[in-house]
Every structure is written in structure tokens, then in C-alpha cells.
Design a binder for this molecule. Structure first.
Ligand SMILES: NC(=O)c1ccc[n+]([C@@H]2O[C@H](COP(=O)([O-])OP(=O)(O)OC[C@H]3O[C@@H](n4cnc5c(N)ncnc54)[C@H](OP(=O)(O)O)[C@@H]3O)[C@@H](O)[C@H]2O)c1
Length: 296
């Protein structure tokens, strides 16, 4: 069986490659945008790194040719001078879908976000919702997985928790009173592996979140606790952060913006968690935090 991954050098991608490499008789194409990214990828005989361009459907189709499943991971929350929602979240997905159509691909898996909607007022949620639509209307059997904040080795969520618990006091937007459903990246990758290795018949959208709902301030306290630390969580005004980020993002051409602040301070709500439908077991939050914050 052959699985092709885009954005293979993303934090999710690197963890996924390690997991996929343990499955016998699997051929894995690890698509990245430049040869310099090869170095960051896990090494295994089953993994073939490949440079892919989202500006060229023909060359992308030839790299993805013969894949039984394409896992499209490339995508961003934080825009930069070189990458924005239109290019990273929408145009890249459009090219992947076109290439998959040319190859008559059997299955595309797309990682989206809880809250995605093509009609959202928030530019990030709108871009992911637009990308979902491109995938679901492609005619290719697809699995769309909406995820919450992801906690795994090297993920942005993990880095934020490490930063927040580095000292004995931390300032958090709005006092961290918004709630989240953090998902262990290993659980996400179990879901991706389960879905990728069985035939897809039609298109399904899953909302896959972690087992517990927790306020961000309590998540920080729990993160400190598993490291045998105590922490005082203080409050930074959201309105002030929005003004500051609006100005700094114009000067820097990216980074934190009011859009990103709205995303990270949203309450993550899900009606039905997809763990049972996909057939995976979720890791208790405390175990996830111990794994990502205390391992050497
Ligand atoms: N991390 C989370 O908490 C979270 C939550 C919900 C959904 N997701 C989604 O999960 C997926 C993986 O997330 P992650 O946090 O692991 O990603 P990540 O580590 O931030 O990596 C981003 C990936 O997107 C690629 N990329 C950036 N700009 C691009 C562009 N203009 N065109 C094509 N590719 C581009 C990057 O390639 P280069 O290295 O070449 O720039 C890299 O492979 C993304 O789709 C993300 O939106 C993540």
C-alpha cells in the first residue's frame, strides 16, 4: 500500500511518519516544499522524501501517482510574509484536489479545524472551510478531520505550554477562561493511520477532539503540575493584545493577528466526538501532558 503526505515536515507530519514507518509493507511519500526540509524528516527505508510544488498540478500529480491515500497536512494558522491563508490553506488544497482528480485517487484525507466554515467571519476558519468544500465537492472519497489544539512533540500548542510554564507566573489572554478540547497528536495519528489504511467509500467529516474539556488557565496549571511546578496564571486584556497584534502584524507582514487571537480564545465545542466512529482510544489529558512536557 502507498500513502502520500503533503506538509510532511509539519509537526503532525513528522509524528505521523514515525508511526506509519512501523506498519509493514507500506510505501510512504513524504512531500515537502524544498529539499532543505528533507533533513528534518524521520529516516526509514519505507519513507521517500519528495519535493512538491503547489503551483504545478502536473508535477504534483506525478509525485502523488499510485497513492492509495493522500493525506493533505499542509496548512497554517499564523500567516507570514511568505505564506498566507489564501496560498497555504486554500490554493494548496485546490492543487492537491486537482492532482488527486487527475490521478483518480481513491482517498484524500484533509486536516481541518473545529469551527471551520466557508461562511465564517474569521479569515482562518473561512479558509479552512473553503478548503473543506474543495475536498468534499471533488468527487473523490474523502475524510475531513476537524481538530482542536494539538499537543505533540514540536506542536505549537506544546511550545505555548512549555513557554507558559517556564516561570512561576504567566500572563494569559483573558485569564485563559476559554475552554478547549486538546487532542494528543499520537491519537490524531492513530486516527489518520486507521482511516488511511482502509478503503474509503464516500466523504465523511469527523470532529475529533481530546477526551476532556478544560479552561486554558487550568490546562496551564495541569501542565505545571505534571512538571512538579506551581504557577500563578495572570490575565492580559484581549482587546489590548488585538490592538498590539494588528499593528505589529502590519509592520512584520505576519505573526499574531486579531484573527489568530479570536481562534485561540474561542471555546472549542463539539457535539459528537469521532473517536468511536473512527475506532480509536483517546489518551487521558494528564498522560499526554506528562509525555510531551517531561520526556527528555
Ligand atoms: N497544530 C495545531 O494545533 C492544529 C490545530 C488544528 C488544525 N491543524 C492543522 O493541521 C495541519 C498540520 O499542522 P501543524 O501544526 O503540524 O503544521 P506546522 O508544523 O505549522 O507546518 C505547516 C506546514 O504547512 C506548510 N506550508 C506553509 N505555508 C504553505 C504554503 N503557502 N503552501 C503549502 N504549504 C505550506 C509548511 O511547509 P514549509 O515548511 O515549507 O513552510 C509545513 O509543512 C495543518 O493543516 C493545520 O492547519 C493544526
Amino acid at each position: 500500500m502507498k500513502i502520500a503526505i503533503t506538509g510532511a515536515n509539519s509537526s503532525v507530519g513528522k509524528n505521523l511518519l514515525i508511526q506509519l514507518a512501523t506498519i509493514p509493507d507500506l510505501e510512504i511519500i513524504a512531500g515537502v516544499r524544498s529539499k532543505s526540509a528533507f533533513e528534518s524528516l524521520p529516516k526509514d527505508a519505507s519513507i521517500t522524501p519528495a519535493v512538491i510544488s503547489y503551483a504545478d498540478v502536473d508535477s504534483l500529480a506525478s509525485v502523488l501517482a499510485g497513492a492509495d491515500c493522500i493525506i493533505h497536512l499542509a496548512g497554517i494558522l499564523i500567516e507570514t510574509k511568505h505564506s498566507n491563508y489564501a496560498s497555504a490553506n486554500v490554493a494548496a488544497t485546490e492543487t492537491v484536489v486537482e492532482a488527486a482528480k487527475r490521478n483518480k485517487a481513491k482517498h484524500v484525507i484533509f486536516i481541518s479545524v473545529v469551527g471551520a466554515s466557508p461562511d465564517s467571519n474569521n479569515a482562518y476558519f473561512r479558509s479552512k472551510g473553503t478548503a473543506e468544500k474543495l475536498v468534499s465537492e471533488s468527487g473523490i472519497p474523502s475524510s475531513i478531520i476537524r481538530t482542536p489544539i494539538l499537543l505533540g512533540r514540536g506542536s505549537a500548542g506544546t511550545n505555548s505550554l512549555k513557554y507558559a510554564t517556564a516561570k512561576d507566573k504567566t500572563n494569559v489572554l483573558g485569564g485563559g477562561n476559554y475552554t478547549m478540547r486538546p487532542l494528543d497528536v499520537d491519537d490524531l495519528n492513530n486516527a489518520l493511520t486507521t482511516l488511511a489504511t482502509k478503503p474509503a467509500i464516500d466523504t465523511t467529516t469527523y470532529e475529533l477532539v481530546g477526551p476532556e474539556t478544560i479552561a486554558y488557565r487550568d490546562l496551564i496549571k495541569l501542565a505545571a503540575e505534571v512538571q512538579n511546578k506551581t504557577i500563578e496564571v495572570r490575565s492580559a486584556p484581549i482587546w489590548l493584545a488585538k490592538i498590539g497584534s494588528a499593528i505589529s502584524s502590519i509592520i512584520k507582514g505576519g505573526g499574531m493577528t486579531p484573527t489568530v487571537i479570536d481562534v485561540i480564545t474561542m471555546n472549542e465545542k463539539v457535539e459528537v466526538n469521532a473517536d468511536a466512529a473512527i475506532g480509536i482510544k483517546l489518551t487521558p489529558l494528564r498522560d499526554t501532558l506528562s509525555k510531551i512536557l517531561t520526556e527528555k
